[in-house]
Design a protein around this ligand. Structure first.
Ligand code: HEM
Ligand code: HEM
Length: 194
């Protein structure tokens, strides 16, 4: 179980961040879309409180992931045309932006609407903006559209990963999978112990 990424795979910590956050983000988004159709009730309020706490957890995990990403190394990219490597970087940049923007617009929407905010019923969090009905509908719309934009970006992200796996037959997907191992032996990175 390598703690730091090496020349052939992403570290266990990076993979745990990636897959935990992917599940939390997608699960939380579809959970909210499903809840939106329910009739108003106390249960619905409690479920939305859970939605908000899960979203805030994603925001906190983002900052930890960023620190880890800057401290860790990155396995070398597999050979691909320059435009594909640039496209992958742009997609990753959008994904990181969306990971922050989704919780922040949800939080801003919640504040502008005048709803209270508690983290798993443990402590209160402050409002990001003053109560304002016009702003609240803007943030509400942006919050939802950002989720659909995430799904669009994910089509490119997952499509790219599958293309590497099925067409190029390289290790890009395998080395990010929870128990995946690279098939190809690649040279070590500077600082690796032999
Ligand atoms: C991973 C992070 C998040 C994702 C993917 C996400 C996604 C969504 C989606 C898809 C909806 C449904 C919109 C609709 O049908 O109208 C929604 C609604 C909502 N979200 Fe989030 N959300 C996240 C985080 C947050 C956070 C952190 C908060 C507040 C602190 C929040 C507050 C809300 C509220 C209050 C609604 C209801 C909007 C309405 O009544 O129209 N969300 N969210
Ligand atoms: C909400 C869902 C997801 C988010 C937010 C997300 C986000 C990211 C980000 C930000 C990176 C870049 C890591 C870095 O270089 O710092 C990444 C890498 C990666 N993701 Fe995802 N991801 C998601 C879902 C998925 C899914 C479903 C797959 C499976 C097909 C996948 C496969 C990969 C692979 C293979 C890499 C490594 C790419 C490389 O080595 O260059 N991701 N992901």
């Amino acid at each position: 179980m390598p703690l730091r990424s090496d020349a052939t795979r992403w570290s266990t910590i990076t993979k745990t961040f990636h897959w935990t956050m992917a599940l939390l983000i997608l699960g939380n988004g579809f959970f909210a879309l499903w809840m939106d159709g329910l009739k108003p009730s106390m249960e619905k309020i409690n479920m939305f409180a859970l939605h908000k706490s899960i979203g805030l957890t994603v925001l906190a995990l983002f900052f930890l992931r960023l620190v880890w990403r800057l401290a860790d190394r990155r396995p070398p990219e597999d050979a691909a045309p320059r435009w594909q490597r640039v496209a992958a970087q742009v997609v990753h940049g959008f994904l990181y932006l969306l990971i922050v923007a989704l919780p922040l617009t949800g939080w801003a929407f919640n504040s502008a609407h005048g709803y209270p905010l508690q983290y798993f019923k443990q402590f209160n969090l402050p409002a990001l903006v003053e109560k304002n009905d016009a702003l609240s509908s803007v943030f509400g719309e942006v919050h939802e559209y950002l989720f659909w934009f995430l799904i669009l970006v994910l089509v490119a992200h997952v499509g790219g990963a599958l293309k590497h796996h099925l067409i190029d037959r390289d290790d890009t997907l395998r080395r990010m999978l929870p128990f995946g191992r690279a098939k190809r032996a690649t040279p070590t990175l500077p600082g690796d112990t032999p």
